[in-house]
Write a protein that binds this ligand. Structure first.
Ligand SMILES: [Zn+2]
Length: 155
């Protein structure tokens, strides 16, 4: 498992367009930041700080997470770009390029960031076409309830 933490203005604008085209599905999500010129460009300006911060969090927990994957015999998702964002929902994943996407929370909570990263990695690791949205969430939630992950995510 290798996470490559980065920022891409193209990915940010692509997501902004996607959100605005499907705003009805997004606006009621628990945690959602509307794509606006302000949310996009203020994050773009601070991207290096965000990357550094995310690298720091990931480095701290990476080995514990790899160990949990091994213990629970979850498929290694391989090399994953981890794109950081300033708007949209908390996180999403893309099987086309094996990437995960993490939205920085308003308050900058490290726990929320780590939770989101692990949640999206588990989606990639367990993804199969045959599952619908609810089934995919159920699979991930079940894994996150195991002691190996509870221990990491409650620290
Ligand atoms: Zn999910």
């Amino acid at each position: 498992m290798k996470l490559i933490i980065k920022y891409s203005l193209f990915k940010e604008l692509k997501e902004a367009a996607n959100v605005l085209l499907h705003l009805d599905e997004y606006k009621n999500l628990r945690s959602f930041i509307l794509p606006t010129p302000k949310s996009i460009f203020s994050f773009a300006i601070n991207k290096n700080t965000a990357i550094k911060h995310m690298v720091k969090i990931w480095t701290k927990y990476e080995l514990d997470i790899i160990k949990a994957f091994r213990e629970l015999k979850i498929k290694d998702p391989g090399v994953m770009p981890c794109y950081l964002h300033g708007m949209s929902c908390q996180g999403w994943f893309d099987t086309d390029d094996n990437s995960i996407h993490v939205r920085f929370p308003d308050a900058g909570g490290d726990k929320e960031l780590l939770d989101t990263v692990v949640h999206e990695i588990l989606h990639l690791a367990t993804y199969e076409d045959k599952y619908d949205y609810d089934e995919r969430e159920e699979i991930v939630d079940k894994i996150l309830a195991k002691p190996q992950f509870k221990k990491i995510l409650s620290s």
